[in-house]
Design a protein around this ligand. Sequence first.
Ligand code: CP
Ligand code: NVA
Length: 333
Amino acid sequence: MDFYGKDFLRILDFSEDELHYMLAMAKKFKEMKHDRVNHKYFPDKSIAILFEKTSTRTRCSFEVAGYDLGMGVTFLDPTGSQMGHKESIADTARVLARIYDGIEYRGFDQKIVDDLAKYADVPVWNGLTDECHPTQALADFMTIEEHFGHLKGLTLAFVGDTRNNVGNSLMAMSAKMGVNYIACGPENLKPSDEMIQKCKPIAEKNGSTITVTSDINDLAGKADVLYTDVWLSLGEDAAKWGERIKLLEPYRVTMEMMNLAKPTSVFLHCLPSFHDLNTSIARDVHEKFGIKEMEVSNEVFESERSLAFDEAENRMHTIKAVMFLTLYNKEAK
Ligand code: CP
Ligand code: NVA
């Protein structure tokens, strides 16, 4: 298996074996990190990480994974480069590829990261677009495998705004890993038919199913993992809060829902999360709409069944695996 020079743009670009290999590599890197084993394999390399949307986990994961591998890392925020306003994506890609060995991009249209990859002849990694969040799905499945000891045959239910970027990558990863996937949310926030049609045959081949439902009772006795995400994603208009709350309140993950799913079910969330009033956005929403918790109850979030912080840590190990594999030239050894 050779990943050298490849881009990491979406889960569906990779085979089942390749994705398993990435997870295995992430596990090795996690052990090395915990055992404080030096793994500065690339002291001669540098990467650029471009963020047109805000980030805590993804930015820190790329930075620290880069440093751990011995690389130099340049962080560029929306005001820190000419990209898009004064210089085209194609020109930016060709310039950065002359200076750096790899480029991460977080932003809006999937086309931007696809174009960066098209014009840069170094690996480009997708750190989240409106369409998908592939490095997140890798960390999520690493966390699920750590907890259950296997993946195949498990059922993951994504509850809430199921057509969002995280939902799309989870559906793709579930199909590839033979995990049953349930998208449970309001009728008008369903995943796209295109995404479902792409993933269904892959799931079938791997012995799993994809179900789209608006009925929470369809989770009964079925879900090993309940997953949710914010009701309004980065870049969406804050004026939509009222409409989203009305649509999504019935889909808040509560202890009752967890117990309905399975008494052994665990909770995952990509984070950040609105589970209390300790953020300015949650306080604004509380003032306007009167709700104290959004996509997940504080009880579930703080419970032992929540693996959200293991999941956050695993972002770093999985991102490191992706960077290592795509930058490592076996032939040069
Ligand atoms: N989960 C995730 O991508 O978090 P950040 O937005 O903080 O990077
Ligand atoms: N769907 C969320 C994920 C954040 C990690 C967003 O795009 O804001």
